[in-house]
Design a protein around this ligand. Sequence first.
Ligand SMILES: Cc1ncc(C[n+]2csc(CCOP(=O)(O)OP(=O)(O)O)c2C)c(N)n1
Ligand SMILES: [Mg+2]
Length: 900
Amino acid sequence: MREKTNNYTNNMDKEKLIPREIEEIENEEWLYSLDYVLQQWGPDRVVDLLRQLQIRAHKAGVELPFTANTPYINTINRAQQPPYPGNREIERLIKSIIRWNAMAMVVKANRNSHGIGGHLASYASAATLLEVGFNHFFKGKDHQNGGDMIFFQGHIAPGIYARAFLEGRITEEQMHNFRRELNPQGGLSSYPHPWLMPDFWEYSTVSMGLGPIMAIYQARFNRYLEDRGLKDTSKQKVWAFLGDGETDEPETLGAISLASREHLDNLVFVINCNLQRLDGPVRGNGKIVQELEAVFRGAGWNVIKVLWGGEWDELLEKDSKGKLVKRMLEVVDGQSQKFSIASGDYVRKEFFGVDPELEEMVSHLTDEQIRKMKRGGHDPEKVFAAYQAAMNHKGQPTVILTSTIKGYGLGESGEGKNITHQQKKLNEDELREFRIRYGIPVSEEEVANAPFYMPPADSHEMEYLRKRREELGGFVPERRVDIRPIKTPPESVFEEFYTGSEGRELSTTMAFVRLLSKLLKDKEIGKLIVPIIPDEARTFGMEALFRQLGIYSHVGQLYEPVDKELLLYYKEAKDGQILEEGITEAGAMSSFISAGTAYAAHGVNMMPFFIYYSMFGLQRVGDLVWAAADMLAKGFMVGGTAGRTTLAGEGLQHQDGHSHLLAYSVPSLITYDPAFAYEIAVIVREGIRRMYEEQENVFFYMTIMNENYPMPAMPGDVKEGILKGMYRFSKGKETNTGLVANLLGSGTILNEAIKAGEILEEKFGVSANIYSVTSYKELRRDAMDVERNNLLNPGKAQVPYVSTQIDNEGVIVAASDYVKTLPDSIAKWLPKHLYALGTDGFGRSEAREELRDFFEVDAKHIAYTALYALYQEEKYSLSDLKKAAKQLDINPKKINPMHA
Ligand SMILES: Cc1ncc(C[n+]2csc(CCOP(=O)(O)OP(=O)(O)O)c2C)c(N)n1
Ligand SMILES: [Mg+2]
């Protein structure tokens, strides 16, 4: 950058010093020419000239520094601003009352229960951004265009409740019980949680970063519904309100290029740049707005900056030399924060005082007038102009970067302070000041109690508020489920899987894909299925679906695919059904959520099947899975290439031996680790029945594996057992020793248990009952339910399902391709000690057989463990056990895979 001396400007080229007067004359000439061209021919001509200048300079060897930035001023200037359609005075009054009630609910909550938490400062800074939306933009569910989808910043919830209180949707008792949901009179959840307030909240956003990424995929899913002819969503907008601090989350910015690539002009981000996060400034030494502008413009978004309130317009118009604009840009955010709460005198000296011409510019203003010059995000006219521009913009998503003050209006103790995020209390003086500043009609005696204020129902403000919402199609947010249940496809669709593969070898993955293809052809549900794949369709043998269904692309296929002559070519189509997301599990999970909540959001029963590498699911995008549960999303998560030893060769980062353990943590996730094709068919049918016919608020997780083996026929009527989590697959042969072992296996490791049973029977005379455990989680949850019931209702003891499965005879050994915690989690309800085998420890790049030996989950280790268990019961001698160990090639000196 340029360094100034008194009379010369030191240009980049240090040799040439331009006399200051000459520089100023040159500047004026060039700027005058630009003004002339703009006036004469309009902006396009200016752009053209600038481009030509750029080329000329480039050819002459002048390197222009890259910038995606525009000046640090409002994108929409005063002349372009539309007239404000609302009644500013009444809207201000409504906003003030909401501000007061939002503040009061947090203050009260913390007086009643110290440490209950809540936030004052974030809503205080966002109130204008939201109120302009509520009064003029956000469409409710009854609007003729359909409702908008609004992802509210999670911790501004008090403001949303305070509005709903005025709207008559939330009672005063509930307001009193903010963050006290267990209160018998009803309370309010801390943040947007559909699970807890299913008629109110739609999108869970408080885990920073999830709101924005879900909003992007929601906007894209709306297009998908439209392009597939399932619903007209063309007039519905998706809004995401987020904080500037939140943009540091990779999820916030990680998918923005999808939005521009897909031309999602139905999407608007509003980033509240109050320059602060929780602990302090977001970019004290930089400028977050400029940083974000460059990022979003670079990614192809329409960027609208709303930085300065109307009070600045006059000054900016006077600023013919660009000195004010330059000053606005050079002040770093930490300093801006200081200016935002400083006295007028300080701003005059420190902001304007750096240049006599700037100082002169404000000489007619009093200190008080200077102090009151607003940030853009607090000026409804500026905000309205930006929103309207966003609504009308075509071909690109829009981000509105708006400057505000955190804790706006909270007075001395909070406004713009670094501690403001955590502030939860106001003292009497502060309450009084707040009341005066916003003109709240609360009496002097009452003010200390921070009472809620509800204007009379027939007051102008209440009539105005209701009328605005009526015209916009009803209250927001509102979650509404109005959907007809789907009929589960008949058993005939699933029956081919019940009869086995007659010796033909296939994997559970192949069986699943076959089933999915069949369901996709089903007349009733076929079109509702949304197959979602990050980038491994070929890994799962799903490429046949490319041709059958097409890969969704809004623009169709603009090229001739290289494999066009093949039967299974890579077919993209505007009405394609598959969402092939590319390598983004977070994006794919967001699509799962959009599809899985479409029954509520759109009244369309979509059925997502999200198929991915199981290792990159719950571990990689666990927080999104949690959000899906909160949002009552439905559908099937299908973890492919599962199993620590079954996915051979791929090693430590790919081989999943714990996603089922992670699945335990999500309360409404029904989880299965099936071994055979018929189990998969039973599970998927039941999933459809429970989620779409019975409309239960659950979703399903199932792992599928890629080892080939013959699929047996269903051994009798075991459907109930499959679904409850366990059934006896085969009964052991009678042997003359009277020794019995019960072997429990899951997934592909069930085959090892079956082999172990044969070894035990043939070589050691131990009769082996084989059990398939499809879900330790289901077994455990049933047992926990029963146990708790028994505890609370003594004398009426019931027995958990898992306890009814194995009788007292015989030892118990369980093995799976997952960690030992799973079988251990049901051990206390079994009649005997359970010996668990599993894949604790890191994976290895190896072949299956070696891996199963390494992790001690192969047939020989299962058989040996059963003999050891018999020895422990004193039914097998030590010397026989040692002999057996040799015979089975068990190595006692082997390293423990758990530590290795
Ligand atoms: C993933 C995640 N990490 C941390 C938090 C805790 N948290 C809540 S609000 C907040 C600061 C938010 O700052 P910003 O996004 O700028 O919002 P503002 O309140 O300033 O509008 C933090 C760190 C969270 N909610 N989610
Ligand atoms: Mg912030």
